[in-house]
Design a protein around this ligand. Structure first.
Ligand SMILES: Nc1ncnc2c1ncn2[C@@H]1O[C@H](COP(=O)(O)OP(=O)(O)OP(=O)(O)O)[C@@H](O)[C@H]1O
Ligand SMILES: [Mg+2]
Length: 469
């Protein structure tokens, strides 16, 4: 090793403490003797060597270059190292807005007391009750941005991000993610948080029935979960409720029987009869009894196509009963299209295909209702599509009696009076009409007996569809 035998930067800057001479060293081999043969290569080397040897700025630049690249290497090394440390010591959990736990998590976070967040969003629950009253509930949830929380002694960074470009086409809201970051050793806390969030969400639905309706291609919760309706509150003709409930229980306990025989694990029920006889109410009460939710699809709904029907029926939320209302709408096409141009978008074959195609790892319980059983095609009655059919008609004497006692408990004598008057009228009314009379005369059974004639006005004399199937 030889120092360059010419001026070094120290000569120019003698006061400097930096010993740059240590850096500006060149290998012996790099020094080209003047005796190098006069070849082209030799000449280039010589020119380069002269430039290095005789030009102090060039020499100093080389040193700085080395220093610079050394620092750059060190810097990238540091970045890599910190990345390794980050990946080893820090864990992230990403929850996407399309995931079910997303809403659960935001609610949990909104309720979590130990948080530092300045950005909040508001979630408004607007409920219109059956009686027209409206109640509104605001809940504050963390808005987009960073939030810190301290959970079970650990710090967790929560980042809610909204994608500017991606829009969730189903509900046309911006696509969002929430990312939780914490130390690797605290990663088990993610599980704890998600479980707490789930428990809070389920607790709000405890003892309630969630009703789903279709929204585009997906099922959406329809309002808030409703308090379960007691089965006793629905008065069907003698023995009908028990028959259906027993059949459903029997079906639900026989999953193995179905799988052993390779039969799709599904069962279809048809409730048919005049309006206001309690079909929908009974199915909702049954869902409550079984601890199931309910997915309601009205086949007479406009813009329900075969594809949508098929997709919806194959993507039912877990533990839900599927309720297809007004299935006769699928059979309108042939008759009504000629009459008034009306066409339901669901076709007869679309309905049959959807019923046949339902594949689910869980049991599938489908209830169907219609006021027009005469419109149904025999093909839908095939086992596997409809396995159990029940006529739910206008109020029988048995039902009149039990409806009366439901509204006026213990009034056995008055009930007898009401019944004998009712019999004399020889009318056929729906249970909904009876309910109407009893609601008008709330707590006044005598007045209800007086007013019984009012029922005649709205009665239907015959029950045209009785047991036609
Ligand atoms: N059998 C019944 N027992 C108790 N309540 C009933 C009964 N039938 C009807 N009601 C009451 O009448 C109203 C309408 O009943 P529901 O909607 O269940 O009738 P539906 O048979 O589904 O009628 P539609 O065929 O028009 O759909 C509800 O408020 C319900 O509580
Ligand atoms: Mg109904």
């Amino acid at each position: 090793m030889t120092t360059v035998p010419t001026r070094t930067p120290q000569d120019d800057f003698p006061d400097t403490n930096n010993d740059v001479s240590n850096i500006i060293v060149l290998d012996e081999n790099q020094l080209v003797s003047n005796t190098e043969p006069d070849t082209l290569k030799g000449r280039i080397k010589k020119i380069a060597n002269d430039a290095m040897a005789n030009n102090p700025y060039f020499a100093a630049g080389g040193g700085l270059m080395l220093l610079g690249s050394g620092l750059a290497i060190a810097r990238s090394g540091m970045i890599k190292l910190s990345r390794v440390i980050y990946t080893q010591m820090i864990v992230d959990l990403e929850i996407q807005s399309k995931d079910k736990s997303y809403a659960w998590f935001l609610t949990w976070m909104g309720k979590y007391p130990k948080r530092v967040s300045k950005h909040l969003s508001v979630n408004t629950n607007y409920i219109q009750h059956d009686n027209g009253a409206i109640s509104t509930k605001f809940s504050l949830v963390p808005g987009p941005g960073n939030h810190w929380i301290r959970y079970k002694g650990a710090f967790i960074l929560i980042k809610r991000e909204r994608s500017g470009r991606m829009i969730d086409i189903v509900n046309s809201s911006p696509y969002e993610t929430v990312t939780l970051t914490t130390l690797y050793r605290d990663r088990h806390l993610f599980d704890d948080i998600l479980n707490e969030a789930k428990d809070i969400a389920l607790k709000t639905n405890e003892g309630k029935t969630v009703i789903y309706t279709s929204f585009g291609p997906e099922w959406r919760k329809f309002g808030q979960a409703k308090a379960k309706r007691a089965l006793q509150s629905v008065v069907l003709d003698e023995g009908i409720k028990e028959q259906i409930v027993d059949d459903v229980h029997e079906f639900m306990h026989n999953g193995k029987w179905y799988s052993d025989r390779g039969i799709p694990y599904r069962r279809g029920y048809l409730l048919y009869g005049p309006p206001g006889s309690g079909k929908t109410s009974f199915i909702q009460a049954l869902a409550g009894e079984l601890n199931y939710n309910i997915c309601i699809l009205n086949l007479s709904e406009n813009n329900l196509t075969d594809d949508r029907l098929n997709h919806l029926m194959n993507n039912i939320p877990e533990r839900s009963i599927l309720l297809l209302e007004d299935i006769d709408a699928a059979f309108n096409k042939r008759t009504q299209s000629e009459e008034n141009g009306f066409q339901s978008s669901v076709t007869f074959s679309g309905l049959l295909n959807a019923l046949d195609g339902v594949t689910s790892s869980e049991e599938t319980i489908t209830f169907m209702t219609t006021n027009h059983p005469e419109k149904l095609d025999a093909a839908i009655m095939r086992p596997g599509r409809i396995d159990f059919k029940v006529y739910v008609g206008n109020a029988s004497l048995f039902q009149v009696k039990h409806m009366f006692l439901k509204f006026y408990p213990g009034e056995e004598d008055l009930c007898q009076q009401f019944l004998s008057k009712f019999e004399k009228l020889k009318i056929s009314v729906s249970t909904a009409q009876l309910q109407g009379l009893f609601i008008i005369n709330k707590d006044k059974p005598h007045d209800a007996i007086e007013m019984i004639n009012a029922l005649s006005a709205s009665s239907t004399i015959t029950q045209p569809h009785q047991h036609i199937l």
